[in-house]
Structures are given as structure tokens and as C-alpha cells.
Design a binder for this molecule. Structure first.
Ligand SMILES: NC(=O)c1ccc[n+]([C@@H]2O[C@H](COP(=O)([O-])OP(=O)(O)OC[C@H]3O[C@@H](n4cnc5c(N)ncnc54)[C@H](O)[C@@H]3O)[C@@H](O)[C@H]2O)c1
Ligand SMILES: O=C(O)C(=O)C[C@@H](O)[C@H](O)[C@H](O)COP(=O)(O)O
Ligand SMILES: [Zn+2]
Length: 373
């Protein structure tokens, strides 16, 4: 591997230990061209359903397609419109039918080439087609590289609720090429940083300190900073998923910090209006104010998050949306149990807790108080 290129950083592997569902996340720069060899080193393959979106396909479909064909793999390439609205029943149906039309069978694999929308959608197709196909994640957004490609949550939206139809279906491997982030639009890149900040708040104060101290390198997408945040985020997510794969003990739910507000915001504003990470940014601040109201979190720590998210050019103000609709959407959150809202509430930077039976008026006041003055 050449070391003279300043964009090159040493490759790294993060293991996700899940017994027979274990897999590796391979992080590198310029490793996309190796995708065919990487997949065939994991299992023998004769047919791949390659799923991407219109933006991603324009940049990366051809090299991936060719790399798969070079290993003797027949490729069915399916491209969906870019954006959150593609995480839908209608798009899933088109993909099921197109895969069937091109002779998918139980030994076929699904390759998700794209951001979180493609990973969630393609993973859902893999989980459901012929009752389950092996799938491989090639995440091309920062958000997908630090979060959505890891952990096996796959699914689609209904108009009234995000990710409400889906399942747990782990990939067989995740290939991260940090070089693909060079073509990622700035707004999409920033959106991914919100999930990175999330890891600092929920699990790792030193990582949060690192983010505060490295705002400019992060905004500049400096290779060393990118490698650090991708690898650390994957490590933290892998640890949580390994301990609570299906969110049954409550541990995995900490990854949902800020997401009760976030998903309500995305749904009520209309899918795609706010990017997922933008809504996570707003949602984390709502959850922090909720922590203050419950007497378990302190205002200076909310301000620290506000300052970091603002410095990373992420939205911090709660938008003006119909409050009844926001509350109704929050009541459809998957953490709701026996009809009661449950939230991930911060206790300090680096530690959060799942809290049950939260009064909806208190939750809404934390939303409301985020409107810009
Ligand atoms: N399953 C999980 O654990 C999990 C975790 C976090 C988020 N999510 C989901 O992920 C989705 C958001 O993912 P996202 O932010 O990656 O959005 P996305 O998949 O829509 O990608 C963002 C945009 O960037 C474009 N793009 C992707 N890679 C590119 C590249 N390298 N160069 C140029 N353009 C590129 C895409 O075409 C799209 O327009 C949401 O649906 C969210 O619910 C899932
Ligand atoms: O992997 C998880 O678990 C997460 O909660 C990660 C989140 O960032 C992600 O947005 C996830 O899709 C939300 O899951 P959901 O169960 O609330 O739909
Ligand atoms: Zn998320």
C-alpha cells in the first residue's frame, strides 16, 4: 500500500462478534476496487443483486459492477431514485419484482452500495427475498460508514412512521472506502457528523472532547480525522450491538438517543425535508432539555452539545411544526411500551439511560423550548 499519498491512512478492521452472525468491518482508502475479491474471500458467489441510488450509481456503480464481474459474478444492477422517499413499500416491491425477473435464487447475494437509505432498503430486500439472502454493505455516506451499515437494523418507512416495517438482518461484511466521501455533498457529510457526536454523548466523553478539539479537521474531511471517527464509531456500535443485538435488554436503545424527536420531526416535516442527521442534531438537544427537566442532566452539558453541533454547522433549533402531529408521531416510536413513551435521556456527557413512563407534556415542553428566540 503506497504511503506517499497524504489521503492514505492505514487500513483497519473492526470485528462485530455475534456468534454465527459475526462479521468484519474493513476500513480503508481506495479499497472499493477490491470489492469482488473481498466478497469472494467471504463466500462463493455466482449472482449478485447490486442496489444503489441514482447519485451513487453515477459515481460508483460501474467500478463495483466490473469488480464483481471480474470474479465471475453475474450482476443484476438495480438503481432507485436518491433520497429518503425510496425507503418505501412501493420501491421495495419494484426491487423484489426486478430481482425475481432476473432469476434471483437462494444462493444470490445482495450488495448495498450507497448511504443509509440504500443500506436499510437493500438489507430489507435481502432479509425478505426468498426468506433471506446474504448481504454485504458498501456504505458511501459518512452516516452509513459510522452507523447504518453496522448492526443489522434494516427496513422501510410507512408515511406515518420511520423504519416501522423491518427486521434485524446482519450483513456478512461491511467494506468502507473513505475515498468515496470526496464526492459526498457537504450537507450530507455534516449530517453524518451528528451521529458521530451521538456516540460521544452516549458512551465516550474523551471522544466527545476529541470532536470539540478537532472541528476544523472534521469540517475539512482530513483523512486522519475521518479514520479516527469512523473507526471509533464502528467500535462503539459493534460493542453495543454485540451485547444487545435485537434491542431486548434496553442497552441497544442508547443508540436511539435523540431519535424519538428526530423520527417525529422527519415524519411530520415530510421525508427528505430534514436529513436524518440534521433531525438527530435537533433531537439530541430536545432529549438533553428533557434530561434537565427530569433533574438528571445539567444545562452546561446541553450547552456543550449545542456549541459542538453549531460549530459543525448542524441545525440546533426546533422547527415550527404542528405539535399534536409531533406528539402523535412520537407515540408511534418503536420504544413505546404499553402505550407509554420511553426516551434515552443523558445523565452526563458519556452516559445515557433509557427512561420509561415520561409525561408527554414534559416531553413536548423540551421540544417547544428549542424554538429559536
Ligand atoms: N440501520 C441503521 O442502523 C441506521 C442508522 C442511522 C440511519 N439510518 C437511516 O439512514 C438513512 C439516512 O442515510 P444517509 O444519510 O446516508 O442518506 P442517503 O442514503 O439518502 O444518502 C444521502 C445522499 O447522498 C448521496 N450519496 C451517497 N453517497 C454518496 C457519495 N459517496 N457521493 C455522492 N453522493 C452520495 C445519496 O444519493 C443521497 O442523495 C435514514 O433513512 C436513516 O433512518 C439507519
Ligand atoms: O442501530 C441502532 O440501534 C440505532 O438506533 C441507530 C440509529 O442511528 C438509527 O437511526 C436507527 O435506524 C434507528 O432505529 P429505530 O429502531 O429507531 O428505527
Ligand atoms: Zn440515526
Amino acid at each position: 500500500m503506497p504511503t506517499s499519498n497524504p489521503r492514505q491512512v492505514p487500513p483497519q478492521t473492526v470485528h462485530v462478534p455475534l456468534a454465527e452472525r459475526s462479521y468484519d468491518i474493513s476500513i480503508g482508502t481506495g479499497n472499493l476496487a477490491q470489492v469482488g475479491k473481498w466478497i469472494t474471500s467471504l463466500r462463493s458467489v455466482t449472482h449478485a443483486v447490486l442496489i444503489s441510488d441514482t447519485n451513487v450509481a453515477a459515481h460508483y456503480e460501474k467500478p463495483v459492477h466490473q469488480a464483481l464481474e471480474a470474479e465471475g459474478i453475474r450482476v443484476t444492477s438495480l438503481v432507485v431514485p436518491a433520497g429518503e422517499p425510496s425507503k418505501s413499500v412501493a420501491t421495495a416491491q419494484k426491487l423484489w419484482e426486478a430481482a425475481l425477473e432476473d432469476r434471483v435464487d437462494r444462493k444470490s447475494i445482495v450488495v448495498a452500495l450507497g448511504g443509509g437509505v440504500i443500506g436499510d432498503l437493500a438489507g430489507f430486500i435481502a432479509a425478505t427475498m426468498t426468506r433471506g439472502l446474504d448481504f454485504f454493505q458498501i456504505p458511501t455516506t459518512l452516516l452509513a460508514q459510522v452507523d447504518s451499515s453496522v448492526g443489522g437494523k434494516v427496513g422501510i418507512n410507512l408515511p406515518a412512521a420511520k423504519n416501522i416495517v423491518g427486521c434485524f438482518w446482519q450483513p456478512k461484511g461491511v467494506l468502507i472506502d473513505t475515498a468515496v466521501l470526496e464526492t459526498l455533498p457537504r450537507r450530507e457529510y455534516l449530517s453524518g457528523l451528528a451521529e458521530v457526536v451521538k456516540y460521544g454523548v452516549i458512551l465516550d466523553e474523551p471522544f466527545f472532547d476529541y470532536l470539540e478539539a478537532n472541528v476544523q479537521p472534521l469540517l475539512d474531511r482530513e483523512p486522519a480525522a475521518l479514520q479516527k471517527i469512523i473507526a471509533r464509531s464502528c467500535e462503539l456500535k459493534a460493542q453495543v450491538v454485540a451485547e444487545d443485538e435485537r434491542e431486548t435488554t434496553g442497552l441497544r436503545a442508547i443508540l436511539n438517543y435523540g431519535h424519538t424527536y428526530c423520527h417525529a420531526l422527519e415524519t411530520v416535516a415530510g421525508y427528505g425535508e430534514f436529513l436524518h442527521g440534521e433531525a438527530v442534531s435537533v433531537g439530541m438537544l430536545c432529549a438533553s432539555r428533557l434530561g434537565e427537566k427530569l433533574g438528571v442532566f445539567h444545562a452546561p452539558s446541553t450547552q456543550r452539545q449545542h456549541a459542538l453541533l453549531s460549530a459543525l454547522s448542524l441545525p440546533v433549533d426546533t422547527p415550527q411544526l404542528d405539535e399534536a402531529a409531533i406528539l402523535a408521531a412520537m407515540q408511534r416510536d418503536k420504544k413505546v411500551e404499553h402505550g407509554k413513551l420511553r426516551f434515552i435521556v443523558p445523565l452526563k456527557i458519556g452516559k445515557v439511560e433509557l427512561m420509561a413512563d415520561i409525561d408527554s407534556e414534559v416531553a413536548m415542553s423540551a421540544w417547544r423550548e428549542g424554538h429559536s428566540a
